[in-house]
Design a protein around this ligand. Structure first.
Ligand code: ATP
Ligand code: ZN
Length: 286
């Protein structure tokens, strides 16, 4: 078997840019290829296939591709024999139930014996079953949000990001059925050589993800504040301390988690930190 990992990504659409960016940041040198079916990678044994996102789970199950990047919504809906191997932290969206704004929503019971239009019949029927609701499901592949307006269904289940599409179709969101993000899926039976290559790629992806969630921070502080400041930003091992020319002062370098960054900045200032610089990190390996 040839020793190349085939990765299927969306040919065009909301997942394409994020997928390509992730692979590029992982150091893969991808020869353009947007208009082709395949792209070669010069510096890593990977081949990229550009496909419709809906087809990717099937191609992975059939081992035409070894790995795929799809929305979790598509992964779950298709129900193929694939494994979710990594959450990728982009293309975040929700799958929601929505009904006409003029309706008074009384809770999930509202949907009892109603008709729901959706492109996600499997996910919706699982959700309804779990909640003991019996409703008709009308599968349509696009423009789901117009269904109530033309009398095709009472409500819909569709992807919502800002809610403006719902609004302009006179609908309101009433329940969240699923939170989704881009995920990497793989066939559960990958040959050992391919698995080894994939592990190398996953290691790189993790380094990129960690780097995105962290910032490099430099600050000046009086020497007697170093201990306190270290407890706030302990870094990967411990901070680097360099003496300033000014007597009794140091420059302290560390790493800080993006999420509690602003809260920590206030603490650092209160401990006497000055001249704080925060710099993006490109890759991070612990
Ligand atoms: P294709 O032509 O490949 O079938 P598509 O029209 O089915 O494309 P897109 O609209 O490009 O699909 O969406 C692809 C995936 O991106 C969705 O399955 C979902 O996981 C995610 N997604 C959809 N809408 C949004 C959004 N508004 N914000 C973030 N992610 C989204
Ligand atoms: Zn699609």
């Amino acid at each position: 078997m040839e020793n190349v990992v085939r990765i299927a990504i969306q040919k065009s659409g909301r997942l394409q840019e994020g997928s390509l960016q992730l692979l590029k940041e992982s150091g893969l040198s991808i020869s353009n290829g947007k208009d082709q079916l395949k792209a070669h990678v010069r510096n890593f044994p990977v081949e990229i296939l550009f496909l419709r996102d809906d087809d990717i789970p099937q191609y992975v199950e059939d081992k035409v591709a070894d790995v795929g990047i799809v929305g979790e919504n598509v992964f779950i809906e298709k129900g193929k024999k694939n494994t979710l191997i990594k959450r990728l932290d982009f293309a975040k969206c929700r799958l929601c139930l929505a009904i006409p704004r003029s309706e008074a929503y009384t809770g999930l019971q509202w949907f009892q014996n109603k008709n729901i239009a959706t492109s996600y019949p499997t996910i919706v029927s699982q959700f309804l079953k779990k909640n003991n609701i019996v409703a008709g499901i009308h599968e349509i592949s696009g423009s789901v949000e117009i269904a109530p307006g033309i009398g095709l269904a009472d409500g819909i289940c569709d992807i919502v990001s800002t809610g403006s599409t719902l609004l302009s179709n006179g609908l309101k969101e009433v329940e969240t059925v699923l939170y989704s993000e881009a995920v990497m899926i793989a066939t559960p039976e990958l040959a050992q050589e391919k698995q080894n290559l994939l592990n190398k790629l996953l290691f790189r992806i993790e380094a990129v993800q960690k780097a995105k969630n962290n910032k490099y921070i430099l600050l000046n502080c009086p020497n007697d504040a170093i201990e306190k400041i270290t407890t706030v930003i302990p870094g990967m091992n411990s901070p680097t301390i360099l003496p300033l020319k000014k007597e009794g002062w140091s420059s302290l370098h560390s790493v800080v988690d993006e999420n509690d960054f602003w809260q920590k900045i206030d603490q650092l200032k209160s401990f006497g930190a000055q001249g704080i610089l925060v710099i993006p990190i490109e890759k991070m390996i612990e």
